[in-house]
Design a protein around this ligand. Structure first.
Ligand code: CMP
Length: 223
């Protein structure tokens, strides 16, 4: 990694509790990798040999049902970790990971990650907090799939997207790069046409404005 690596690593939640010595060790083990848009980093079912942290850009986590239908579990952005489940459980990858923008990643090999987990308790603690938050989010998604209609699911999806990936502009609005309508449809279990229709309807009554690839949402809706 480069000379500014320690600063960059400190800003990543997984490494935020580490002392300078441990950060140096992580910097020595992690490789930086740049990947183009629309590239599969690994496939569901592959053997797991590394863990990844997104430094810049966004990826989607996709599972495919036996009849070929795609479901997007989540979209991850800067600072978020993926690929840890395959290492912690010694199991095949539970989902495919595909870039939706150009992406810069930190890659840590399985044996190095195992070593860090035992030598730096701060990493294990943070990882448990991250997994716990992810379970909370998955529970909430399960609840919305079970009980909400499509409009409710879409509203919750857009608000979560703004909370997780949005930039607060300081003028009462949050801006977020909107996934394609097809990706949104695959995240909330509906069709692309329904997403397009509802997003237009929301624009009229929900405090939401679409401009090109970006959606602006009123900040007070996130509270
Ligand atoms: P792994 O199973 O190695 O490969 C796919 C990765 O997707 C998995 O590790 C997790 O890092 C990530 N992942 C799986 N399910 C979810 C989820 N519901 N929310 C966020 N990330 C997930």
């Amino acid at each position: 990694m480069t000379a500014h690596a320690p600063k960059l690593l400190k800003e990543i939640e997984l490494f935020s509790e580490l002392n300078d010595q441990d950060i140096k060790e992580v910097a020595g083990l992690a490789q930086i990798k740049k990947i183009e848009t629309d590239t599969t980093i690994f496939h569901e079912g592959d053997d797991a040999d590394a863990v990844f942290v997104v430094v810049e850009g966004r990826v989607k986590l996709v599972t495919t049902s036996t009849d070929g239908k795609e479901f997007i579990l989540s979209v991850l952005g800067a600072g978020q970790v993926f690929g840890e489940m395959g290492l912690l459980e010694t199991a095949p990858r539970s989902a495919s990971v595909v870039t939706i923008t150009e992406v810069e990643l930190l890659v840590i090999k399985r044996s190095d990650f195992d070593h860090l987990l035992t030598s730096s308790p701060g990493i294990s603690r943070k990882l448990m907090a991250i997994l716990s938050r992810r379970l909370r989010r998955a529970n909430s998604k399960m609840e919305s799939l079970a009980y909400m209609d499509v409009a409710g699911r879409l509203a919750r999806y857009l608000l979560d997207m703004a909370l997780d990936h949005g930039n607060r502009l300081g003028n009462g609005w949050v801006v977020v790069r909107r996934p394609t309508h097809s990706d949104i449809a695959h995240s909330i279990g509906t069709s692309r046409e329904t997403v397009s229709r509802l997003i237009n309807e929301f624009e009229e009554g929900f405090g939401l404005v679409n401009k090109g690839k970006f959606t602006y949402i009123r900040e007070n809706l996130l509270e």
